[in-house]
Design a protein around this ligand. Structure first.
Ligand code: SF4
Length: 645
């Protein structure tokens, strides 16, 4: 199957299939085509779920399949290769759903000897899957039902003899089938998007508990070592950085500069090492990247002198210890100390801080730490939850919801206590919380009265915290990806940082400086850039690689070379990108098979500058999303009108 005729490196050769209807657990040997096509992780899941989930299946029913997959490069000595992906039919969008996460869960799947763990059916009582010493069994989870993700993990991880197990679990939000529920591991890191925590809840599956010691086969370990060494030199390169407030002013500079500079991710690498993703929160508001006031406001509504609480130095002061995912040399995470009910928490990420800061006009930094831990423990997606709270705030401002509709909560902009009170109701599905617990699309349908115009989602999934009016690539990917409303698949910024033109012949090289207005102009190279981002991210996610590592640039992080060294294949970068295209095509086919017409997925006019804003960083900016979508599909060789492969 490779140069020596053996199983390609990186693969474990079998998957675990758990039927929750019958309790039967089987091992399946992967079909040869999987190796031939180079599929893994979400790529493997896309092929299997396309074949095995019947059209029209209820996402919350027994026919839905939930796939937990590690990365092809996980456990091989490659860096940044510790991410795992969960995939299934999304109850939020009705189409392809996936979410990925770091921590230590990806290697744990491979150490148990599997290329993936697939669940079908639904148990009639709460269970968890325990895999230990090569034996897999379903166990009763009755006593864990109702516990939060951290409590569950703590109890289940220490449950066996000897080596601690690695756990992924849902919290109360997933149990109550909130459609914005995620799946957590490593003390509250979350595979948050697509509502797959609700699917896990619908299957009465509380957790996966994994313990194993299998080694991952690697074709050429020496080559992997050599490549990893040269990559780590770039990661450890230190660029001197100013204090947080000065750094945040870079956002102001970006706003006022008439020209746009192509970004090099080496700088971002340094920011992440010093501050984590919160390095950009304050700067993003300034430059127009962070949405403000449910996407209706601008940086002028969350001015620099009122945004001190989200300055990166504020987060740094609470840092207790740095956090690295498995095989990550960078370590953008940290554990923070908190005051009050929770004493420790993963430091909030950029998305969480924006969702509960500028999006809700909240300037109370302590509340954001608290909310972050509350939602991580509840197992609820912080992006979707923040978007839903901001939506409810605007509903109240516009008189669509009254204080009495909101169970007496005074949900005025910026009222942090009211936000927390509302979140508790959403987690418990009490009163107004039950109306809002399934995200903005469902909430708007339930509320009526014009609420739909305030619901900021793409295809049912709440928009993430990057404004397409600042970078239209985000808007395009929000609408055109098979899993819509995602910020991790592409943008003009990502294309610049990926520097794929250095490895993949024929891709356009952006100029170092260019007029800002050209970002909004249609041009064939835009579609080529976006399609390249999607293909590359499919490859990277299947490999288990972290997006932040990719920001180093393809000439510094040897993605294509690692894949060849691990598997023993000799694919060119172009051939590897074709694998990415195959994965994208399978996901797009999945949507069509399940009745999701790609054309129907769009971004609300407000987030496209239709009509354009009159003030702030994004004033007079409009995105022609329909034109971008057509060209993007054409770049894939699909029907530009329908998006059908
Ligand atoms: S850069 Fe951050 S998110 Fe990515 S693997 Fe490293 S610690 Fe995890």
């Amino acid at each position: 199957m490779n140069r020596s005729g053996a199983l390609p490196g990186g693969y474990m050769g079998r998957i675990l299939v758990v039927d929750l209807d019958t309790g039967v657990i089987d091992e399946e040997v992967l079909p040869g085509a999987v190796y031939d096509e180079g599929l893994y992780g979400p790529g493997l899941a896309s092929r299997m779920l396309l074949e095995r989930i019947p059209p029209g299946a209820d996402p919350m029913g027994a026919d839905n399949i939930l796939a937990f997959t590690p990365g092809l490069l996980t456990g091989t000595g490659c860096l940044f290769a510790g991410r795992w992906t969960v995939a299934g039919k999304s109850p939020l969008t009705g189409g392809w759903g996936d979410a990925n996460c770091g921590g230590n869960f990806s290697p744990a799947i491979k150490q148990c000897g599997y290329d993936g763990i697939f669940f079908r059916g639904a148990s009639d009582h709460p269970v968890y899957l325990d895999v230990r010493d090569g034996k897999a069994e379903l166990r009763d989870a009755g006593r864990f039902w109702g516990m939060d993700t951290v409590e569950t993990e703590t109890l289940l991880a220490g449950g066996g003899k000897g080596k601690k197990s690695v756990v992924a679990a849902i919290g109360p939000a997933g149990e109550k089938r909130s459609l914005i529920a995620g799946i957590a591991n490593d003390g509250g890191r979350m595979a948050a998007r697509s509502g797959l925590g609700a699917v896990m809840g619908s299957k009465n599956l509380k957790a996966l508990v994994l313990s194993g010691n299998r080694r991952v086969p690697v074709f050429d370990r020496e080559a992997v070592k050599r490549l990893s060494k040269s990559c780590s030199r770039w990661v450890s390169l230190k660029i001197p950085l100013p204090a947080g407030p000065v750094m945040s002013r870079v956002g102001t500079l970006f706003r006022v500069m008439p020209l746009q500079a192509a970004q090099d991710g080496l700088f971002y690498n340094s920011l992440l090492r010093k501050w984590g993703t919160v390095s950009m929160n304050r700067a993003s508001v300034e430059m127009g990247d962070a949405p403000v006031k449910n996407w209706a406001g601008s940086n002028e509504d969350y001015p620099f002198d009122r945004s001190r609480s989200i300055d990166p130095d504020v987060f740094r002061k609470t840092e207790v210890v740095r956090y690295h995912c498995y095989s990550c040399p960078l370590g953008c995470g940290a554990v923070s100390s908190l005051r009050g009910k929770f004493t420790r928490s993963h430091r909030p990420e950029y998305e969480t801080v924006t969702a509960f800061g500028p999006l809700c006009l909240n300037t109370d930094g302590d509340s954001i730490f608290y909310i972050n831990e509350l939602l991580n423990r509840a197992g609820m997606d912080t992006i979707s939850a923040g978007a839903t709270v901001a939506f409810a705030m605007e509903c109240m401002e516009q008189g669509i919801l009254t204080k009495s509709d909101l169970d007496g909560i005074d949900l005025a902009w910026g009222n942090a206590d009211a936000v927390i009170a509302l979140l508790y109701r959403m987690i418990r599905r009490e009163g107004i919380g039950d109306v809002l617990a399934d995200g903005v699309k469902k909430a708007a349908e339930r509320i009526g009265g014009g609420a739909g115009a305030l619901a900021m989602h793409a295809g049912g999934q709440e928009l993430p915290m990057h404004d397409g009016r600042n970078d239209p690539g985000f808007a395009l990917h929000y609408a055109a990806e098979p899993a819509p409303g995602r910020h991790t698949t592409g943008a003009w910024l990502y294309y610049e940082m990926f520097q794929l033109w250095r490895k993949v012949p024929g891709l356009p090289r952006p100029p170092l400086l260019y007029p800002k207005k050209s970002r909004y102009e249609e041009a064939p190279e835009k579609a080529a850039m976006a399609a390249a981002c999607s293909k590359y991210m499919n490859v990277a996610n299947s490999a288990g690689l972290c997006l932040f590592g990719l920001f180093l640039g393809a000439h510094r992080i040897p993605v294509f070379e690692w894949l060849n060294a691990v598997t023993g294949r000799e694919r060119t970068a172009t051939e590897t990108m074709e694998i990415g295209k195959r994965i994208q095509t399978a996901k797009q086919r999945f949507n069509l098979r399940h009745g999701v017409a790609p054309r129907s997925v769009t971004v609300p006019p407000r987030a496209l500058g239709q009509p354009p804003q009159k003030r702030g960083a994004n004033r007079n900016r409009t995105v022609d999303l329909e034109a971008l979508k057509k060209e993007y599909w054409r770049a894939f060789g699909w029907d530009p009108e329908t998006g059908a492969p």
